[in-house]
Design a protein around this ligand. Sequence first.
Ligand code: ARG
Length: 397
Amino acid sequence: MKVILAYSGGLDTSVMIKWLQEKYGAEVVTVTLDVGQGEDLALIEERARKLGVVEHYSIDAKEEFVENYVFPAVKANAMYEGKYPVSTALSRPLIAKKLVEVAEKHGADAVAHGCTGKGNDQVRIEVAVRSLNPDLKVIAPVREWGLTREAEIEYARKHGVPVEERRSIYSVDQNLWGRSIECGPLEDPAEEPPEEIFEWTLPLREAPDQPGYVSIKFERGVPVELNGERLDGVSLIARLNKLAGMHGVGRIDHVEDRLVGIKSREVYECPAALCILEAHRDLEKLVLTKHELMFKELVDREWAHLVYTGLWADPLREDLEAFINSCEDRVEGEVRLKLFKGSLIVVGRSSPYSLYEHSLATYGAESRFDQSWSKGFIELWGLQSMTARWKKRRKEA
Ligand code: ARG
């Protein structure tokens, strides 16, 4: 039996290599994706090989991640429950896709992942894998092995899996679009997250005492320039993470509804995502009509919900994207943000497709808005509402 394992290099998936070899007598092939998590892939590969995998793949998937997953999320203003930029969620269908590619290349029987049975990620990976290749089996060792933390470490020691002395008590997942942090003291939603969990954002008291300005230029709904410099998506996001993080911008503390019904306390650091999403939404307000904006809000929410709940594969996502992309044709222009001690404020925007007409909006003498139009308009606009109110009052009298 041959199994393709999504390998992070951490303790769980390292133990998994041994467990799959022992329990299933499997030949294990490991796959690690670089989605901008900032880890040493060579080191991870070395670790996997030491544990006796028959093959290992290190895949640089940063560009694909940004172009095909993050950018659609930007166009959809994707924020689950209004707060979480679905950063972890976006990487899962891509990981699944790569697992399936490697599995097909090797004629493997199954793919395996390190997700627990309590979270969203198991759903995201398995629905994605099975919709790409229904013949592949999926093994989720954490759901099967029933090991406590202590038993797992014991198993690791017995099987020669290196266990770091100072292991973090937190569970962290990161990629270019953000950092998700769970467990330990964070499990008490009443308590402020300890400073030690943050790595991408400075504490407010250490952030610069002068505000910083960032300008982001968008074309067809996606960011293409940062402070006047044209950059590819990966570099732009990486640079903005640093810039905004330095001002303490990007922290999110969220009580979130998981797909499996659990409410959980999640902490995120998403400096670039928060800046880009805020700027993008602002630019849409400048160029889209009120009617487009109202309808798009519904479409956007549905898009984020599908992606969060593991249904990247559902054709509805592409149906929604057809509408979204049609709007995004005109989402072009520049937005200026002011960053200061954790706050993020849009302070200016411009676009060749702007619907803002100075000659209409101005209170100055050059106004070409004829105020006499409003008199009749108000009568018609309020007609039914006023009539209903009059009748109601008569009945009550
Ligand atoms: N709650 C987030 C989600 O479901 C993040 C999960 C991240 N996992 C972690 N190991 N911290 O997308």
